[in-house]
Design a protein around this ligand. Structure first.
Ligand code: ARG
Length: 619
């Protein structure tokens, strides 16, 4: 590792004191019973499998039906690692047994006697805490990581199908910073679900239809110039968009013109509007490719709103046939009061025009027929909550089974600091558009400057700066629970010692550097004496939690749980290496530690890849 160091090899503040990952979310830990997973089989390690088997044998011996008990045996990281390696909340099993949870927990703890794998089982109120033997822990975790076994490698096909609607910018408007959050969150969710063995359809539901598009078209017809459009499509369209906003104040008739253009477009005829639509759409899509590529984002389907142009009538007919469509002053609406939604869902305006909602309804049917999804995740800002409540509401009222699959995955705003130190909605800083490529460029330039100062001889510095700069922004977006607002603050996001992308990437680079320098190959798991890794239990326990972290991230659509895992693992391996040599240790110990280092590197790389972040070899 270069003197790029200068970056502290310790965990970020508090990292080593941190509890196990997802303790806060662990079902039992708050005492609240939780329904077994609705969607996914849980990818557990061999250790968990062994313990589960023992527990099922014990519950069967207590007279419980095995099939009924099996889904209730959920093993989670305990709230406090001092208590054990994994914990079982006995709430639901106790219900099944008709006993009080603490009583059942006591009986289970007594039944799980020690064996080669399990060291102890101790009841604590309604919980049972288990401890694995240290050598068994090391052997199981490291072997699984090194052989890419689930949950460390991709799980076998689970049979689950997940549609993820993300990014979905309005292409005739500037790419909003909120779209960047959707892009980054959705990309990570696609990766997480794929890792768990689901079939994933990542969909870019482009906003390429409707009145906003018609307004852009109108502006272009009045003031547009094709050459300037080609030169810099996003900026140029943004200027047109602004100009329309100004001019319409003085000439409200522009809006009527836009409505007429939209009708002409919707007529389906091969006319001027149609050609303009094609031009603006092609240019915008092209312009998005750059940022998407830099973010490592791809889509399985780019199906914009326009695609549903000829599918809306059928969707409307279905709503009508279900008997839920009502006329309201010439408009067609669905009332949802009985579902607790005050505002009706407007599906057709009185002038006959369709809306955003109409297209989302047609899209839901299309996705159902085409992909047969178990879940459809809409990664869209919290400000569209009502829209998705209504969409789900209409389908619920229609008694369409697909209603249950619809899940809005909302997220908070991006905030930036004003001159006087207040945090405000990002775009309002300059009242300007956010051009994603400019933000990415700025991040990369800043990282390039840090590298120049700290590690001037780094080979491939430009490429590393690109990886680290872009990732810093991505990581910052995925760090906290998604519903929280994100503070966009260069200093904290690029702090190589904080809970940041660069910090975790640096941990990877450090591990790679050890592996390069040691000059002996990483041993196969079968060649290692695992009793020599008793001192690495903190690292190993974080590794053990990986499966639960990924699982929960998928269930709760919360990549931040994976982010937290990478931070904790980076912190633990940093502190381990502070106190333990690898190079220079006697051969048997060196080999065991080498295996640990390699496994940590692999798992950090996997964790980062689930976030859509690259792991540089050097930095
Ligand atoms: N284009 C919309 C916007 O920018 C987001 C679309 C989200 N997806 C959906 N199926 N409605 O506000």
């Amino acid at each position: 590792m270069g003197p790029a160091a200068g970056m502290s090899p310790h965990g970020p503040k508090g990292a080593t004191r941190r509890g196990p990952i997802c303790a806060a979310e662990a079902s039992g830990s708050t005492g609240a019973p939780e329904a077994p997973s609705r969607y996914l089989p849980r990818p557990l390690t061999e250790l968990h499998d062994h313990l589960r088997e023992r527990l099922l044998a014990a519950t069967t011996a207590l007279g419980l039906d095995r099939a009924a008990a099996a889904p209730l045996v959920r093993l989670d990281p305990p709230k406090n690692r001092e208590h054990g390696d994994v914990a079982l909340g006995a709430f639901q099993l106790a219900k099944l047994a008709g006993k009080a949870p603490p009583a059942l927990a006591g009986e289970l703890a007594a039944a799980i006697t020690a064996d080669d794998v399990i060291e102890s089982a101790v009841a604590a109120g309604p919980f049972v805490n288990f401890r694995f033997r240290r050598a068994a822990l090391a052997r199981a975790v490291l072997t699984a990581v090194q052989t890419d076994a689930a949950p460390y490698g991709r799980a076998p096909a689970s049979g689950q199908v997940v549609c993820i609607d993300f990014s979905s910018p309005n292409i005739a408007k500037p790419f909003h910073i909120g779209h960047m959050r959707s892009t980054v969150l959705g990309n990570s969710l696609c990766r997480i679900h794929r890792h768990l063995g689901a079939v994933v359809h990542g969909i870019n539901h482009l906003g390429d239809w409707g009145m906003p598009f018609a307004k852009m078209m109108t502006a272009y017809m009045h003031w547009g110039n094709e050459q300037e459009l080609h030169r810099s499509p996003m900026r140029y369209m943004f200027d047109l968009y602004k100009r329309y906003g100004q001019e319409v104040k003085e000439h409200p008739a522009l809006d009527d013109e836009a409505a007429a253009h939209f009708r002409a477009l919707e007529s389906g005829a091969d006319n001027q509007e149609r050609r303009m639509w094609q031009l603006l759409r092609d240019e915008s899509l092209q312009a998005f490719q750059g940022p998407y590529q830099r973010l490592g984002v791809t889509f399985d389907h780019v199906i914009g709103e326009s695609f549903f142009e000829d599918k809306m009538e059928a969707a409307m007919a279905r709503v009508k046939a279900a008997g839920v469509l009502e006329n309201s002053d010439g408009a067609e609406v669905v009332w949802l009061k009985e579902l607790g939604i005050k505002e009706p869902c407007l599906l057709r305006k009185s002038d006959g025009a369709t809306l955003y909602h109409t297209r989302d309804l047609a899209a839901a049917f299309y996705r159902e027929d085409t992909f047969h999804p178990d879940r459809i995740l809409y990664v869209v800002g919290a400000e569209q909550k009502l829209h998705f409540d209504q969409l789900k509401g209409v389908l619920t009222k229609m008694q369409e089974p697909i209603a249950k699959a619809i899940e809005h995955v909302p997220f908070g705003l991006v905030l930036s600091k004003t001159e006087d130190g207040k945090w405000e909605k990002f775009a309002s800083r300059s009242g300007n558009a956010v051009f994603l490529d400019e933000i990415l460029d700025e991040a990369v330039a800043k990282v390039r400057a840090i590298i120049r100062e700290k590690n001037p001889d780094l080979p491939d510095a430009d490429q590393t700066a690109e990886q680290v700069g872009v990732s810093a922004i991505v990581f910052n977006d995925l760090k906290n629970s998604r519903i929280k607002d994100v503070k966009f603050d260069w200093e904290s996001m690029l702090n190589f010692d904080g809970e940041t992308g660069p910090y975790v990437q640096f941990a990877c680079a450090r591990l790679s550097s050890i592996l390069r320098k040691v000059e002996v190959p990483v041993p196969a798991p079968g060649q290692v004496d695992f009793t020599l890794l008793a001192d690495a239990e903190r690292v190993l326990l974080v590794m053990l939690d990986f499966g639960t972290a990924v699982q929960r991230a998928a269930e709760q659509s919360e990549p931040s749980i994976v982010t937290a895992h990478t931070i904790a693992l980076a912190g633990e391996i940093h502190s381990y290496l502070r106190d333990h040599y690898v190079i220079g240790a006697e051969p048997a110990v060196r080999d065991a530690r080498l295996l640990l280092v390699d496994a940590a590197r692999r798992l950090l790389t996997t964790g980062l890849s689930l976030l859509g972040i690259a792991a540089p070899e050097r930095m």
